[in-house]
Ligand binder design. Structure first.
Ligand SMILES: Cc1cc2nc3c(=O)[nH]c(=O)nc-3n(C[C@H](O)[C@H](O)[C@H](O)COP(=O)(O)OP(=O)(O)OC[C@H]3O[C@@H](n4cnc5c(N)ncnc54)[C@H](O)[C@@H]3O)c2cc1C
Length: 414
């Protein structure tokens, strides 16, 4: 099978990259190990889009035009919500994972992207002017060829397969993982402080594991349905390693144990919870940070905090640095005067490879900058830019034209 562009991963970034590249006229194939798109936003039940709107006072203003704006619009139509919600100093858009999957199916169909679900990339190598990628579907190998690649795997899988420059934050500092699960049957329940108080009580009495202290619930927007989220250390035995099957397996089991214990406890103790039950587990626990590409520009924490702009910015980072290095809740750091920093094209371009582009949470930045850039609103924006850049590369045109093309298509951000 031959394509112009292969996109690895159909999360927020891969969806944006593939649809954008196909709309630019390229033949695009997406490889995705799950049976649906959305990545963390669906498989891990992460249920709000952050980073879509600029920081600052006043009404919400979209940070990046084009695909991020279109996703916001489509999601609002699907959920029936009026608009984003203000939470402290930020705007967030509630999203439902079921709708995300449906919207992604529609976008792939409308734009003509060829999607290969149930396909996991195992090997990649240079092949003349282009690339060969080998994927496996239920034990069957498939070889695909393309002129350009986009790595939207979240884990910089292609960097590993191609032996390219990549980096990982030391285990102790990695953003902690979290386990998000669905609950139904809750009616006119206690919320917020009252519920938190009960959980603290349960932990004190030894009826709940101490990880339950990091548990919080949020309405999904659908009657009787809520999502629970538990921050976990990931270090159930030894160091946290988000790329190790043993570590991830312990994380999944621990997430289910803590969630089950908490729901059983609240059924007994909390008003409105008597008929509650866990209605769905995530397909996989949520991983915030793993491996990142080292690109021609490594966006730094200092640049994001200073709201730095570059001549070749392809998107804006509109979310504060959200550190989750412990399980004791987020620590937010806001940029100076709430100014959104620019993400230059060099963050999408590997340091020593041509024709390959990174997007989403694995693009080239340091640990601190990733604490801002990883949110889905920003992933849509960097995915969109990677889609345009990959099409230019596939046509043999200068990828520096990405910015100009993005402006022609959607105007400038902000
Ligand atoms: C618990 C938690 C809470 C969060 N909260 C928020 C929030 O409230 N708002 C927000 O905007 N962001 C939030 N984030 C961050 C955000 O969800 C992720 O950083 C973002 O979704 C990453 O998108 P991505 O496309 O880069 O990667 P992913 O969503 O990880 O997608 C990568 C895709 O690639 C596929 N893939 C990987 N390797 C292969 C392979 N070898 N072959 C085939 N397919 C492959 C995966 O299956 C996946 O579908 C949260 C993250 C977590 C974990």
């Amino acid at each position: 099978m031959t394509a112009d562009v292969i996109v690895l991963g159909a999360g927020s970034a891969g969806l944006a990259a593939a649809v954008t590249a196909a709309r630019e006229g390229a033949k695009v194939v997406v490889l995705e190990r799950h049976g649906f798109a959305g990545g963390m936003g669906t498989a891990s039940l992460v249920h709000t889009f952050c980073g879509l709107y600029l920081l600052g006072e006043g009404p919400p203003r979209l940070a990046n035009p084009g695909f991020p704006a279109e996703m916001a619009e489509r999601m609002l139509r699907a959920t029936g919500d009026d608009g984003p919600v203000r939470m402290g100093r930020v705007w967030v858009l509630r999203q439902h994972p079921v709708e995300f999957v449906r919207i992604a199916d529609e976008l792939f169909r409308e734009s003509g992207v060829e999607v290969l679900f149930h396909s996991e990339a195992l090997r990649a190598e240079r092949d003349g002017d282009g690339w060969t990628v080998e994927a496996v579907c239920r034990g069957q190998r498939k070889v695909l060829k393309a002129k350009a690649l986009v790595d939207a795997s979240g884990d910089a899988v292609l960097a590993d397969l191609l032996g390219a420059a990549a980096e990982r934050t030391e285990s102790a500092l990695l953003q902690r993982p979290a386990y998000v699960f669905g609950v139904q049957g809750v009616v006119e329940a206690e919320e917020g402080l009252a519920l938190a108080g009960r959980i603290v009580d349960g932990v004190r009495r030894g009826e709940l594991p101490k990880e339950a202290l990091g548990l919080h619930f949020r309405s999904s927007g659908r009657a009787g349905e809520i999502f629970g989220s538990i921050d976990l250390s990931g270090a159930e035995e030894g160091d946290y390693d988000p790329l190790d099957a043993g570590c991830l397996s312990r994380l999944e089991v621990r997430g289910r144990q803590v969630a089950s214990a908490a729901v059983d406890f609240l059924k007994r103790e909390a008003a409105g919870w008597a008929a509650a039950y866990v209605s769905h587990w995530p397909v996989r626990a949520g991983v915030r940070e793993s491996r990142r590409w080292i690109g021609r520009h490594v966006l730094s924490e200092a640049e994001v905090l200073a709201g730095t702009r570059h001549a070749d910015d392809i998107a804006l980072a509109a979310w504060p640095l959200e550190f989750r290095e412990t399980t004791r809740g987020p620590k937010l750091r806001f940029p100076e005067e709430d100014r959104a920093a620019g993400i230059p094209l060099g963050c999408l371009m590997p340091r020593d490879l041509d024709g390959v582009f990174a997007a989403g949470r694995c693009l080239s930045c340091d640990h601190g900058a990733q604490a801002s850039l990883r949110v889905m609103g920003t992933c849509f924006a960097t995915g969109q830019a990677a889609g345009v850049a990959a099409v230019l590369a596939a046509r043999g045109e200068a990828v520096e034209g990405t910015l100009l093309r993005l402006r022609e298509l959607h105007g400038s951000p902000e």
